[in-house]
Design a protein. Structure first.
Length: 436
């Protein structure tokens, strides 16, 4: 399979997945007006004629989700505020009732503090007759922050950077963030009380644990957070964390219960993306085969596993019909050892290129649905059997680039780098293997 055909087919599949996960459409499919009530799934919630309905939210998909709320509720919606990543605040159609703030991701900065405090302030203005539609999507953990006493912004930034470089998974990262924050771990829901809350959630965390997505600003915290912290203590990175952070994590905390959440609905996730890819692959003429939607682990190790499946299918050692499209979703991690530029998806694709070197008829792609893979400024990449030979012809050493985590340069040289820009969708990563 040549690279041009692989890129064309993979782009068609990926764009179809993004359309299927459009945040505004997903919200409108989840909620609707029903006379003087809001219907969420099979449940119906009466609106108080003397109360307000507002939208509050955070995440990379927050603007699209807020648009969906505005379209679904019309004049019933009073106002609102959502916080999104810098560059995603300008939508193709402006929001009518909802203010938009942009903040920093993946490492929080002053804009994150300002956004977190503004959300808490607005939440505190609500009364018992009011209703907050809270839209939550991935990226929220960095985008809003309100530190507990004794924790500075520099403490947050240093801790986040250290944990990311150490390959900490999202559960560990958010367990730490929750313990250091007044807005996370149900803090926003407590600020909204006595008003009620309906949560609409676009999940970027495998298995959809509500307390982990955006660090759970409107759901009760995980009682097992201390297990995550205990495991963190055994890792080398613990000694590098700021002393104030370690002191805070060593403290036992007791959270007030959350009683004002009427419903929490996940309106999209990695499984939905994988299922959308099935239909899209079939339209491209492939026989789709879904292999899982919760893949994790080191990106390079996953690349070996995924490439073995593709090779087996290419050699007829599996039952998959051909031309085949193997489909998976998940989120891997990268333990950064070099000074190169890349992300988990570019890392997976680059490692896969070495695995399928010289094998004709196979293409492998790894793509971030938000279009924003690590520090690569790309969605990910696609590689084929001659990708490594292209790299060597350019005078580059594939092993050396991978060792330095310089996977953007690796894929640029092979012609396999996929750049989409930020998509406004954020439901983990999509893995494809095309076999002809």
């Amino acid at each position: 399979m040549n690279l041009e055909r692989a890129r064309s087919d993979i782009d068609a599949i990926f764009q179809s997945v993004l359309r299927a996960l459009d945040p505004a459409t997903r919200v409108q499919d989840a909620i609707a007006l029903d006379d003087s009530a809001i219907r969420v799934g099979d449940a119906r919630y009466e609106l108080n004629e003397h109360g307000r309905v507002v939208v509050l939210g955070v995440g990379k998909s927050a603007v699209g989700m807020a648009r969906g709320v505005e379209d679904a509720l019309g004049s019933y919606l009073s106002d609102g505020l959502v916080v999104t990543k810098r560059g995603l605040g300008t939508a193709e159609r402006a929001l009518r009732h909802t203010a938009v703030r942009e903040a920093s991701h993946p490492v929080p900065n002053e804009s994150s503090i300002e956004a977190g405090e503004e959300l808490l302030r607005r939440a505190g203005l609500l009364g018992e007759r009011d209703l907050a539609i809270v839209v939550i999507s991935g990226g929220g953990s960095a985008l809003i922050e309100a530190p507990i006493d004794g924790i500075s912004l520099d403490d947050f930034k240093t801790t986040t950077s250290l944990l990311l470089k150490a390959g900490a998974d999202i559960s560990t990262l958010n367990a730490v963030r929750r313990r250091l924050s007044r807005v996370k771990a149900g803090g926003l829901a407590r600020a909204i009380a006595p008003a009620n809350v309906i949560n609409l959630i676009l999940s970027d965390v495998l298995g959809n644990p509500l307390n982990v997505i955006a660090s759970g600003p409107t759901v009760a915290p995980d009682l097992n957070d201390h297990d995550q912290i205990n495991r963190l203590r055994s890792r080398d990175v613990w000694r590098s964390l700021p002393q104030a952070v370690r002191d805070a994590l060593d403290q036992d905390t007791i959270d007030e219960p959350i009683t004002n959440v009427l419903a929490s609905v996940v309106i999209g996730d990695a499984a939905a993306a994988a299922n959308a890819a099935i239909d899209a692959a079939a339209r491209q003429g492939y026989k789709p085969l879904l292999l899982g939607a919760e893949f994790t682990g080191e990106a390079r190790e996953f690349a070996h596993f995924w490439s073995e499946l593709a090779r087996a299918t290419r050699l007829g050692a599996s039952s998959a019909e051909r031309p085949a499209c193997l489909i998976g979703a998940g989120e891997t991690t990268v333990t950064v050892r070099g000074d190169g530029i890349g992300g988990r998806n570019t890392e997976m694709a680059a490692a896969a290129a070495l695995e399928i070197d010289g094998i004709d008829g196979v293409a492998i792609a790894s793509l971030a649905t938000d279009g924003d893979d690590g520090v690569s400024e790309a969605a990910g990449g696609v590689v084929v059997g001659d990708s490594v030979s292209r790299l060597r012809e350019a005078g580059l050493d594939p092993g050396a680039l991978l060792a330095e985590n310089d996977t953007r340069a690796f894929l640029e040289a092979t012609g396999g780098l996929i750049i989409t820009g930020q998509t406004g969708v954020n439901v983990n990563d999509l893995y494809l293997a095309l076999i002809v």
